[in-house]
Ligand binder design. Sequence first.
Ligand code: B1M
Length: 216
Amino acid sequence: LPLNERLERRVIDGERNGLEADLDAALVERSALDIVNDTLLNGMKTVGELFGSGQMQLPFVLQSAEVMKTAVAYLEPHMEKADSEGKGTIVLATVKGDVHDIGKNLVDIILSNNGYSVVNIGIKQPINAIVDAAEQHNADAIGMSGLLVKSTVIMKENLAEMMSRGVAGRWPVLLGGAALTRSYVEDDLREMFAEGEVHYAKDAFEGLSLMERVMT
Ligand code: B1M
């Protein structure tokens, strides 16, 4: 197989042996971010389709996720970093009940490489842990990620909880993850979160441009 297809295949098959050598070869031709966005993420997309249609079992999805994470960790030092620092602080979390963190961790990398301080508090985080971290770190924004349909409901509950605690206006909230839609966030959630500010990011780069926007 040609190099790109082989890398994509490695994610789908959960095949780690020889991964680094292929990544090194790909880095000669393309940037680390291109490899993530144009190749590795395609592999994850296929994994999602295979799993969703019952053609792939969960343990194999886990292996694919491990290969994806290993590849991203290997590529991370090769990503361009902005000179600027201290552009603002964001608390990032995957919401309660949800373990998916590959997307959240990509957002962490992209924001960190572009001068933001990221307090990544991990997966399955209840709203009080998120708000506590935002308070403790004097954050400028809160980012929540979640991939399950259930997580979109949790996000709504989290916003409601922020309102009932009277902290809705303190941090702009960025939401992302495959189960969300722009209209759910920008119509439904925005309407109920009237005292605060909530934004939808379809990918890590939109997360970055939103951060630039809320910090100005
Ligand atoms: Co699961 N899983 N999974 N899974 N998994 C999905 C989400 C699913 C769509 C697969 C499917 O059925 N086709 C499905 C959800 C269905 C639903 O809710 N209706 C599903 C399911 C059902 C489950 C379990 C329930 C399976 C089970 O146990 N029976 C279970 C749930 C456990 C739990 O959370 N409680 C489960 C478990 C797992 C693994 C552990 C095996 C593994 C996760 C490993 C890990 O993350 N450490 C896994 C994986 C890998 C997937 C798929 C295949 C791939 C997800 C992924 O990493 N994509 C996924 C299929 C899919 O998403 N279509 C699936 C790559 C990643 C970069 O994309 O996270 O979307 P994503 O991030 C994007 C954007 O969304 C955005 O930026 C990123 C790109 O730049 N973004 C943000 C994300 N967060 C953001 C935050 C921002 C801004 C942008 O600002 C704050």
